[in-house]
Ligand binder design. Structure first.
Ligand code: PEP
Ligand code: MG
Length: 507
């Protein structure tokens, strides 16, 4: 397994989702340009630089297509804003060097735009990019040196203008800031540049690290293992033949509505795991009811007459959220359902939002499940809360050994409608080894893990209830065959793995 896996919002066009390349880390704001008496840069230089930038961006707009054109034109207009130039001038007269004056003035304008909200707020991020480009231009430094080797750009944030100016060798990008509806995302998709945005912790990536960027699932693998790279390469190289039948439905693990779109193109016949936490990550406050309804509706709309299994927010140690009080005990402290139960407004709002979205798309079958359930009584509490909504089925994830004993399973299947097995966690808790230390998918194919999975499936068959598998090994062909033979009702894996899996499992 990779040294580390980070998650964010994947931005992928239908056919370009995965890139493997070395990281190129971009450090913004490092240039200082002196304008002390007798030194290099005066106001006239700044004025000329702004004008030249404007011309350059107009040329880029001319060479672009689709929505990029409008975005670039708006940027060009901002560069000749009189108020902006007056602000830079005032700052330089007060003694700021040219770079600091440009950066400060653009930042002030960005704040003004951000305060206006909506469309203008989205544009505010663009200004930071133009400021840095203007400074590089003034200093006569190339914004980014050209290289032949394919690279993935790692940055705190990137504006649409930055994207229009990327060197040819940049094959994808990862940013700490930004979201799926930003103009940067719009431009990335328009230019078929896979990206993962809003990645908390992307600062750990070093120049030269090997990065596997999966924009379809929003995952970033840092220094992935040979196995992981081989699996992904096979998936990329495989053409989807949707006419191939498989013994059980192949569903996709997705983190957003956008990714749902890519999953359909990859042949998913539904969503086996909707990781709703991606909507909550990296935020100070929980997303509002309306925002959740909007996002859930967009996903359900894509899967009309198909199944979507939504998992309630799953907190993890590596993705703590400031608005949630952690709960639970021992190894499971701070994770899953216990933490959700300790935060009733969050879980209730989420279920209400799912129910509302479902009422708009009744043709989509919506099953809802709780993450990291540890005891029967937790499962009962969840079902009690959830049954007041009209979800098609209610279930739980089985991903800890305490819930996977024959006695507990036979009681569990009496109360739930279905179970989904999370082998990523199950493997780490059964084998008592952190999941970050698994170097390949094969590590989880351990006899103890497989026999635990077998007993869960067997209990489901005895009870006549579906058991789906949604850990990463569900996407590994040999393990997938075992699970089908054992009687799993469906398999769910990252969309990028589905085409190759379909081919291997075809009957
Ligand atoms: C799992 O644990 O197998 C699972 C699918 O959940 P996650 O990877 O989101 O913890
Ligand atoms: Mg899990």
């Amino acid at each position: 397994m990779s040294e580390r896996v980070l998650v964010g919002t994947g931005v992928a066009s239908a056919d370009d989702g995965v890139v493997i390349a070395k990281a190129r880390v971009k450090i913004p704001g490092s240039i200082v340009l002196s304008n002390q008496p007798g030194e290099r840069f005066n106001l006239l230089d700044v004025k000329v630089a702004l004008q030249q930038m404007r011309e350059q961006i107009e040329i880029e707009a001319f060479d672009s297509h689709g929505e990029s054109v409008e975005i670039l034109r708006a940027m060009a207009i901002m560069l000749s804003d009189k108020e902006l130039f007056e602000e830079i001038k005032a700052r330089m007269i007060e003694g700021s060097d040219a770079a600091t004056a440009i950066r400060g003035s653009f930042a002030k304008f960005a704040r003004k735009l951000a305060d206006l909200g909506g469309y203008f707020a989205e544009r505010s991020n663009d200004l930071t990019g133009i400021a840095e480009r203007t400074i590089s231009h003034l200093a006569n430094e190339p914004a980014d040196e050209a290289e032949d080797e394919k690279k993935i750009l790692i940055a705190e944030s990137l504006s649409p203008v930055d994207l229009s100016n990327l060197p040819e060798n940049i094959a994808g990008f990862i940013t700490q800031q930004g979201g799926v509806s930003s103009h940067t995302a719009v431009m990335a998709r328009a230019n078929k540049l896979p990206a993962v945005m809003g990645v908390v912790g992307s600062g750990v990536i070093k120049d030269g690290d090997t990065i596997l960027l999966d924009a379809t699932s929003g995952q970033v693998f840092i220094n992935p293992s040979q196995d992981e790279m081989a699996n992904y390469r096979a998936a990329i190289a495989t053409e989807v033949d949707l006419s191939l039948e498989t013994p059980v439905p192949l569903l996709a693990n997705v983190g957003s509505a956008i990714e749902g779109g890519s999953a359909i193109k990859a042949g998913a016949s539904g969503v086996g795991l909707y990781r709703t936490e991606l909507l909550f990550l990296g935020r100070k406050d929980a997303p509002s009811f309306d925002e959740q309804v909007f996002e859930y509706s967009r996903l359900l709309a894509r899967f009309k007459n198909k199944l979507v299994i939504a998992r309630l927010l799953d907190l993890d140690f590596d993705k703590p959220l400031p608005f949630l009080k952690p709960a639970g005990s021992g190894d499971y402290f701070g994770r899953g359902l216990a933490t959700l139960m300790a935060n009733p407004e969050v879980i209730e709002t989420q279920m209400q939002a799912l129910a509302r979205a479902s009422s708009y798309y009744p043709e989509t079958e919506l099953w809802v499940m709780a993450p990291m359930v540890v005891t029967l009584s937790e499962a009962e509490q969840f079902l009690e809360m959830a049954k007041q909504y009209d979800f098609d089925k209610l279930g739980v994830m089985v991903e800890v050994p305490e819930l996977a004993t024959p006695q507990v399973l036979s009681e569990l299947f009496k109360i739930v409608d279905f179970v989904s097995i999370g082998t990523n966690d199950l493997a780490q808790y059964v084998l008592k080894r952190p999941r970050s230390t698994f170097r390949s998918l094969s590590d989880a194919k351990h006899p103890e893990v497989i026999s635990t999975v077998a007993s869960i499936i067997e209990a489901g068959i005895t009870a006549g209830k579906p058991v789906s598998l949604c850990g990463e090994i569900a996407g590994e062909p040999e393990a997938a065959k075992w699970f089908i033979d054992l009687g799993a009702s469906s398999l769910s894996a990252s969309g990028a793995l589905l085409p190759a899996l379909r081919q291997k499992l075809a009957v």
